[in-house]
Design a binder for this molecule. Structure first.
Ligand SMILES: [Zn+2]
Ligand SMILES: [Zn+2]
Length: 396
């Protein structure tokens, strides 16, 4: 056990370091971009071409970047630059950022925190935003959680999105950035402008969730669990002690608590026969009227097993939890919940927050035996297994 007197100075210095942590986010990668206007959102920006400083663009100027056959060109009122591989625009002031406008499109201008790097590949521009962790977290909470929620809900979303980002920062390592800005990672449309979210991010600054071994957790969440969350091993094959099934009465009256889908008898039985070889009339009959006693993994008591995960995917159902009834030629599936059901139930936690529970109690309800920890302290306690370094242009 380390002595507190030794630990404290370390923690303090690491906390200072943590304030400068940046994440490289691949932005707008699904779009084909050949021309782009970059402007500063506050103060001057320094421009680099292939790592060499070229000059500055002031607040009232813009840098027009285009892909050419040989690389990139960039022009402003004063600068006229060519680069082989990349152009970086780095704000000089702290807490500043860039505004990006895709020329020749109706795509609205977006503001991003921190610097932007523009690379060229196959004649197309590829953008990477080097975003400070906290500004990134706020942007994700704004895009993922939506408006008009309780402060405690925004706090738990801040912790959850921050934990996810740091836990998954190797997801796009092969492509030269940490996370993308789409649902594949976490949706991120740039700077958050909502005060209530910014306050929640500040109130939980640097905080991530860890398990009893002080490892960051997979902070999974879903829209509505339907009344009971799912064990991790029922979704993946891997068990996680903090992702355990738990009852949840708070989401039962929420918008995504129930769902219905109607199919014809021929569609339903045809699907079961094609995919799972259910041909026996007695088995088919059993699957026309069926009600699970609890959340199941397999449909009915048939053999071979029919995994509900596959049925959900194939028929695009909101969840794997549903009962079946048949009237005439119509098969009615009546389901509960929306999403995979593992981890935090968003609609349940929204109601808990509205009813006065604080964000820590809500997180502990959905994630078993987890602790909150400042990410800088986490690195110190895990020095035998350090977190991967985050690449990014040094802030000037
Ligand atoms: Zn991704
Ligand atoms: Zn729920």
């Amino acid at each position: 056990m380390r002595k507190l007197a030794v630990i404290l100075p370390f923690l303090l210095s690491l906390t200072v370091l943590a304030q400068e942590r940046d994440l490289r986010i691949g932005i707008m990668r699904q779009r084909t971009i050949s021309s782009l206007l970059v402007m500063s959102s506050r103060g001057n920006c320094t421009v680099y071409a292939d790592g060499v400083r070229q000059g500055e663009i002031p607040l009232n100027d813009g840098l027009r970047i285009e892909a050419t056959g040989r690389g990139l060109t960039a022009k402003s009122l004063k600068l006229n630059i060519a680069a082989k591989k990349r152009i970086e625009v780095v704000p000089r002031m702290a807490h500043s950022g860039v505004r990006l406008s895709l020329l020749g499109t109706k795509y609205p201008e977006r503001s991003y925190p921190g610097a932007v790097e523009v690379q060229v590949s196959g004649g197309k521009l590829q953008l990477t935003n080097t975003a400070p962790l906290e500004a990134y977290t706020a942007g994700v909470v704004q895009a993922e959680a939506g408006k008009e929620h309780h402060a405690e809900y925004y706090k738990l979303q801040s912790v959850s999105c921050r934990t996810y980002a740091l836990c998954n920062q190797r997801k796009h390592a092969g492509e030269g950035f940490a996370l993308c800005d789409a649902v594949h990672c976490q949706v991120f449309h740039g700077i958050c402008k909502q005060d209530s979210i910014l306050q929640a991010v500040e109130a939980t600054k640097g905080m991530v969730m860890v398990d009893p071994d002080i490892k960051m957790i997979h902070a999974l969440f879903h829209s509505n669990c339907g009344g009971e969350t799912v064990n991790a091993e029922d979704l993946w094959s891997k068990q996680e002690p903090y992702l355990r099934s738990t009852p949840d009465a708070y989401c039962l009256a929420a918008p995504h608590a129930t769902w219905k889908k109607t199919l014809s008898k021929a569609e339903w039985l045809g699907y079961l026969e094609r995919k799972f070889k259910v041909k026996d009339p007695a088995k088919q009959k059993a699957l026309l009227n069926y009600e699970p006693m609890c959340r199941d993994l397999y449909l009915g008591n048939t053999f071979p097993h029919i995994p509900l995960k596959a049925v959900r995917e194939d028929l695009k159902l909101n969840s794997t939890w549903f009962k079946i009834s048949t009237t005439g030629d119509k098969v009615l599936l009546e389901g509960r919940g929306y999403g995979h059901g593992v981890g935090l139930c968003q609609e349940g936690s929204m109601r808990m927050a509205r009813e006065g529970m604080n964000y820590l109690d809500i997180l502990h309800h959905y994630y078993k035996d987890v602790h909150l920890m400042d990410v800088s302290s986490l690195e110190f306690f895990r020095e035998e297994e350090p977190m991967p370094a985050i690449a990014g242009p040094s802030r000037k």
